[in-house]
Design a protein around this ligand. Structure first.
Ligand SMILES: [Zn+2]
Ligand SMILES: [Zn+2]
Length: 375
């Protein structure tokens, strides 16, 4: 077994990732060492890269390995691990998908059945840094250390790495979001944003029985893709170029009523303020996108007179991930999941990959729906 593996090390905002050889960690009895196959650049990775998190401006002295969306194979099983999280036999070499957060399962939040909000889901195993074992703490490397307390699920042979890669973040996130948003059979849903989250959400909403799926974005190629992922109607924000115009268009598409569920899949307070105005009385706004500080300016009386609800969530309940894989297996011939990864780069070209995936502040962003690193 190789004694080291390559990883892209994040050494600070505004600085390029550094490709380094890191020691292969010893695998604890309840952990798994994953050999990564593919790792995507998710919107939250862009936030880290831009320095938009409260704490991401400092990467520590040594830097750390980041990245979370992706899939791989079991490289080394801890000696106590014999099955996946559904009790199916697990062997070295098996393809797997996994959660990238580690609920403690014993705090008041976990006992309240909100493991995705467990306060220690990231931190209870100590700090991360490339100078501290297990080194491979993110998916942008040849290996990923799946800590004790993980949830891991075998991936069916019929699903390619490209299709599986978004399952443990984007796809599971929107399945949980739409479910928490209370979408009912025949409802209209508005999806603000047609990147990785929005495209997955269109297909999920369609399959969950939405009567009308409306997708808003300003990039034509993404909107064309949204149609192939089940959108009935798309709104081009460069054509309907004011919030008022987009709100009016949604009202027009819903007989003047508005939508049952609207979702922020962009990550912008202005998008939220706009989406709230698209709700019908009793509608629910699902907030997933704004994971960095995003002060809202909105009239609270809208919630009172509109009887609106707003539901926020981070990550997803672990039950969602195996269902996401089942969903892909059922619907892979109905939607072009394999084409969602629009750009692929070798790990060594991670800096170019981030430059290509960046859309914020770009007057002419590329048509990236998801960029991936292949190991
Ligand atoms: Zn993500
Ligand atoms: Zn907990």
């Amino acid at each position: 077994m190789a004694q080291t593996g390559r990883a892209a090390v994040f050494v600070g905002v505004g600085r390029p990732f550094e490709i380094r050889e890191l020691p292969i960690p010893e695998v604890e009895p309840d952990a798994i060492l994953i050999r990564m196959s593919i790792a995507n650049i998710c919107g939250s990775d862009l936030h880290t890269w831009r320095g938009e998190y409260r704490r991401s401006a400092t990467a520590g002295d040594a830097g750390f390995v980041t990245g979370h969306e992706g899939a791989g194979r079991v490289h080394t099983l801890g000696r106590n691990v014999r099955t996946d999280s559904l009790g199916r036999p697990l062997r070295e070499g098996d393809r797997v998908a996994f959660t990238y957060f580690f609920p403690c399962r014993s705090c008041t939040t976990c006992l309240d059945d909100i493991p995705n909000a467990c306060p220690t889901r990231f931190t209870r195993f100590g700090p991360r840094g490339v100078d501290i074992a297990p080194y491979f703490t993110g998916t942008y490397g040849e290996y990923y250390y799946l800590r004790p307390g993980h949830y891991v699920f075998k991936v069916p042979d019929e699903l390619s790495d490209d299709i599986v890669a978004p399952a443990n973040c984007a796809l599971s996130q929107v399945i949980f979001g739409i479910q928490q948003g209370g979408l009912r059979f025949g409802d209209t849903i508005v999806l603000q944003g047609a990147g990785g989250l929005g495209l997955n959400a269109a297909a999920v909403a369609r399959e969950m029985g939405a009567g009308q799926v409306i997708v808003i974005d300003r990039i034509a190629a993404r909107l064309a893709m949204a149609r192939r992922f089940g959108a009935d109607t798309v709104i081009d924000a460069s054509e309907y170029d004011t919030p008022e115009a987009r709100i009016a268009r949604v009202k027009e598409l819903t007989g003047g009523v508005g939508v049952r569920v609207a979702m922020d899949l962009v990550g912008s307070a202005r998008v939220v303020e706009e989406g709230l105005q698209m709700l019908r009385p009793g509608g629910t706004y699902v907030e997933i996108g704004c994971i960095h500080p995003s002060p809202l300016q909105t009239d609270a009386s809208g919630f009172v007179w509109g009887n609106w609800r707003m539901v926020g969530m981070s990550h997803y309940h672990p039950w969602v991930l195996p269902r996401a894989l089942d969903f892909l297996l059922r619907t892979k011939d109905r939607y072009p999941f394999g084409e969602m990864l629009s750009h692929k780069f070798p790990l060594a070209e991670i800096n170019q990959a981030f430059e290509t995936a960046e859309w914020m502040g770009r007057s002419n962003p590329s048509n990236v729906t998801r960029a991936a690193l292949v190991m």
